[in-house]
Ligand binder design. Sequence first.
Ligand SMILES: NC(=O)c1ccc[n+]([C@@H]2O[C@H](COP(=O)([O-])OP(=O)(O)OC[C@H]3O[C@@H](n4cnc5c(N)ncnc54)[C@H](OP(=O)(O)O)[C@@H]3O)[C@@H](O)[C@H]2O)c1
Length: 335
Amino acid sequence: MYESIAVVGATGAVGTLILELLEKRNFPFRTIKFLASKRSAGKELLFRGKTYTIEELTPDSFVGVQLAIASTPDETARDFVPEAVKRGTLVIDESGYWRMNPDVPLVIPEVNAADIKKATKGIISSPNCSTTQLVVAVKPLHDFGRVRRIVVSTYQAVSGAGLVGTRDLEGGTRAKLEGNNYQYECFPHPIAFNCIPQIGSVKEKGYTSEELKLLYETRKILGDDSIKVCPTAVRVPVANCHSESILVETERKITVEKARELFAGMDGVVVMDDMLKKEYPLPHFCTGRDEVFVGRIREDLSLENGLAFWCVSDNLRKGAATNAVQIAELVVNGL
Ligand SMILES: NC(=O)c1ccc[n+]([C@@H]2O[C@H](COP(=O)([O-])OP(=O)(O)OC[C@H]3O[C@@H](n4cnc5c(N)ncnc54)[C@H](OP(=O)(O)O)[C@@H]3O)[C@@H](O)[C@H]2O)c1
């Protein structure tokens, strides 16, 4: 049990769920503090029936804190994490800033829990939401048939952009239906009744930062730099849960029946795959769930060793808060 823990970014889309999960899963600690920006300092929140005052994040917030679970923007994590580590805090970080640092393990408990032991710098990163569900689903296929190539197209919910993303979808939709203008805060184009094939900034060879996370984070978590990934990340007007169309090419052929068996045997994966009953994973069904759902499992018509499937998961849960709390549970249990 930890004496003292902190939730950093406690007011955000992910932070709010971290509170809910710590409460629901009865995470063990003696004292807890909630940190956010100056904007939230002094506001109150309810946790385990007690009212707490949110404090402004400063380097000294971490004095005496052994464990912090953090979900803040990248630049905030860049600045505060070394300060927390300097004060002896182990940080489990949701941001993108530390994920590809060679001294920082990037962990999905069902896939590479043992990498937690490599946290020599006092930081453990939780992957990008779209990467987590991809890797959880692909892991049993890789173990059986060695994945050579992945083609992944994402259909990402607005909650992946934080509370402001949700505000934009709600405000933009209402305005469009009422014939009013809406000033979008976070998307480069209107998201209401639209799809935007750009998430993140423009990076090399015409790919975006979000797309390259699907390549580099997948390789790091699976510990295999030979895996090729062709990603396309699209923002869609869905409130919550990312969906992905995934095609994998494997060294050893995986039939549909074998794939069903491999998915069913994977921790944290649920198979929903009955076209005749119109059963397949849907954001409406998967929201609020901690698992990764797969369906529409088909052999690729264009490849000898290709398998295609559809994958949906709650980006705020397994894609963020659940994954971080699972890591914290492993750490507290001494793994
Ligand atoms: N949303 C997802 O599906 C998802 C999935 C995986 C990873 N992530 C990552 O998790 C992080 C948080 O995402 P989110 O969706 O929860 O965003 P969010 O809803 O915008 O929340 C951001 C949180 O960070 C705090 N914050 C912002 N600037 C700060 C500062 N200068 N000092 C201290 N705290 C500050 C905010 O506090 P105030 O309320 O005081 O502004 C808020 O609590 C991001 O790095 C994101 O990439 C998100």
